[in-house]
Structures are given as structure tokens and as C-alpha cells.
Design a binder for this molecule. Structure first.
Ligand SMILES: CCCCCCCCCC/C=C/CC(=O)SCCNC(=O)CCNC(=O)[C@H](O)C(C)(C)COP(=O)(O)OP(=O)(O)OC[C@H]1O[C@@H](n2cnc3c(N)ncnc32)[C@H](O)[C@@H]1OP(=O)(O)O
Length: 285
């Protein structure tokens, strides 16, 4: 019998393969669902933190655990998507950063660093089915993947300067891994949110399709490109492209954390964030 061991079902829980329907849950929490298609071996990770999948400490931790579960279950690839019809992820949860408690703020940023390193450095092929808006941290998740497909009439981009904050180096590096330098610099300095059509034009997304199902199918097609490629050779090749960015953060984690805390707790950042949040709340009424 072909057995899969699921870390999050407990080390001793064995799940018999082939006794399940084609799509099988590997692990799920209140905030994420990780399912694998037994035929293709490709896993889909659905973010499920209504209303906007804003990334708080718990969601970031669950995302990281899910990526690790997909890897340890030897999935052939991982697709990120959202349970919302209009938002992929609204980025970092402002409530983690506005008037924060220092210990929680530290845990939050450390979890974001770890999640990014796990996703950006994952050995398995990764793809994002962007079925809604993807500002800031939402864009970071998408650009950390190897392939992106997006639905029409949404927006994506690193809008940090619009909020009065500065995107850290590793956010910029994820952008630069996808966009030409000049486009990235112009977009970052303006805090530009690209429409789906603009994003495709500059290469921020690879394809545009009309439905979430088509988006998942496109991601599967992308991951299918590696069917005949030795996974070890593939993983090492990907690693060589990304190792400098990963090492840069790994070697400066504490410094990056301290820079974040100093920037976020600065009274002028707090004031800018407060005003931005107020505006967001007014708009949503
Ligand atoms: C030299 C380097 C030094 C390093 C220094 C470090 C600096 C720090 C870097 C920190 C990096 C931060 C990156 C981020 O990710 S910040 C988050 C940026 N996100 C946004 O700007 C998105 C804001 N949201 C929206 O634009 C819209 O909500 C949406 C995503 C387009 C969806 O619109 P929609 O109309 O569907 O929904 P609503 O706007 O009505 O929102 C519904 C409720 O959700 C609340 N909301 C929205 N976004 C967030 C969020 N990111 N965090 C928390 N809450 C959020 C919104 O207020 C509504 O709440 P309400 O119903 O209670 O009013």
C-alpha cells in the first residue's frame, strides 16, 4: 500500500493512498486548506482568512507549515490561491503593525521572514493563481512563486510608499526576480498598483484567464513542464538563481527585524498607518 505520512495529522497518522477521492486533504486549519490531486501529485494551498486574507502571525505560520507539508509529502508542485472571490491577499495585517505590542510584533515579522524564505526557496515548483487583489504582502507571496496567472479586473503591486513605509530589500528582490530593474524602481517608488492587464504587459503576471478553475489549470500546466525534469537538478538550479537573496536575509535576520521594529514603531509611521487605516475603513463603509 502506498502510504503518505502527514506531519500535521501527527507523526503516527498514516493516510492510505487510493482510498480517497482524487483530491485529498493533506492538512487544513481554520485559515488554510492544503489539498493534493492524487493523479497529478500537485497540491493547492487555499488561503482562507476572510474578509481579505490579511497576513497575521497565525496565517503566516499556517502558510509556512503547509509549504513544508507539501514538500514532505513529496508533492510535485504547489499552487497558492484564495477562497475569496475578490482578494488573493490584502498583504500584511495592519492590526499586527498598528499600535503593536513589541513581543507580538517580533514574532509576526520573524514568521514573515520564515514564510518568505520557505516559499521563495522551496525545492518544488510553485505557482500563484491570483484570483483577486494582491497588494503589498499579497504581491510578495505571488512574486515569490515561479509562475503567476491572474484573473481580470484586479490589482497587484508593492504599494508600500503609498502607505508611507519602505519595502525591505527582500520584498524588492522578489520584485526584481520578476520585473526589469527600471520597471521595478518606477513601480516601487510610486507604490504602483498594476491592473491585471498592466501586470501582464510588464511581466508581473505570466498569463490572464477568466476563472479560478482556469487559473488552477494554467498553474498545473506550468508545473507539468517539469514532469520529465530531474527534480534534484531542477531544485538546485532554482536555488542557484535565488540563493543570494535568501542568504542576504538569512545572514541579516536580526538586523532586518530591528530595522522593521524601528520603522514601524516610529511615531510618523504610526501616524501615516493610522490615517491609511482610517481611510480604508471609511471606504469600506
Ligand atoms: C530600509 C528598510 C527598512 C525596513 C523597514 C520595514 C518597513 C515595514 C515594511 C512593512 C511592509 C508592509 C507590507 C504590507 O503588506 S502592508 C499592507 C498593505 N495592504 C494594503 O494596502 C491593502 C489595503 N486593502 C485594500 O486595498 C482593500 O481592502 C482590498 C484588498 C483591495 C480589498 O478591497 P475590498 O473592497 O474587497 O475590501 P475592504 O477594503 O472593504 O476591506 C474589508 C475589511 O478588511 C480590512 N482590511 C483590508 N486590508 C487590510 C489589511 N491589510 N490589514 C488589515 N485589515 C485590512 C478593511 O479595513 C475592512 O475592514 P472593516 O470591514 O472592519 O472596515
Amino acid at each position: 500500500m502506498n502510504i503518505i505520512r502527514s506531519a500535521r495529522f501527527g507523526a503516527s497518522t498514516l493516510i492510505p493512498k487510493n482510498c480517497w477521492s482524487v483530491v485529498r486533504s493533506i492538512s487544513s486549519t481554520e485559515l488554510t486548506k492544503l489539498e493534493v490531486n492524487d493523479k497529478t501529485g500537485i497540491a493547492v494551498l487555499t488561503l482562507n482568512r476572510p474578509p481579505v486574507n490579511s497576513l497575521n502571525l497565525e496565517l503566516l505560520t499556517d502558510i509556512r507549515n503547509s509549504i513544508k507539508d507539501a514538500e514532505s509529502n513529496k508533492c510535485r508542485g504547489l499552487i497558492l490561491t484564495s477562497s475569496s472571490n475578490s482578494v488573493f491577499s490584502a498583504g500584511l495585517d495592519f492590526l499586527e503593525m498598528y499600535q503593536p505590542k513589541e513581543e507580538r510584533l517580533k514574532s509576526f515579522w520573524t514568521a514573515l521572514q520564515s514564510t518568505w524564505m520557505t516559499l521563495y526557496g522551496s525545492k518544488i515548483p510553485t505557482a500563484a493563481a491570483i484570483n483577486g487583489h494582491a497588494p503589498a504582502g499579497g504581491c510578495l507571496l505571488a512574486t515569490s512563486c515561479e509562475y503567476r496567472v491572474m484573473l481580470p479586473k484586479f490589482t497587484i503591486g508593492l504599494n508600500e510608499t503609498l502607505i508611507g513605509i519602505v519595502a525591505p530589500n527582500w520584498f524588492m528582490n522578489s520584485y526584481l526576480n520578476v520585473l526589469p530593474r527600471r520597471v521595478a524602481e518606477l513601480a516601487l517608488t510610486q507604490g504602483k498598483m498594476f491592473t491585471t492587464a498592466e501586470a501582464q504587459q510588464v511581466g508581473l503576471v505570466d498569463d490572464v484567464v477568466n476563472t479560478k478553475e482556469e487559473a488552477i489549470a494554467k498553474c498545473e500546466e506550468f508545473i507539468g513542464l517539469f514532469k520529465k525534469i530531474n527534480p534534484y537538478a531542477r531544485a538546485l538550479t532554482k536555488q542557484q538563481f535565488r540563493i543570494n537573496h535568501l542568504q542576504e536575509l538569512e545572514q541579516n535576520r536580526e538586523q532586518d527585524l530591528q530595522a522593521f521594529i524601528a520603522a514601524i514603531t516610529n511615531p510618523s509611521t504610526q501616524a501615516a498607518m493610522g490615517a491609511y487605516l482610517e481611510n480604508l475603513k471609511k471606504r469600506s463603509k
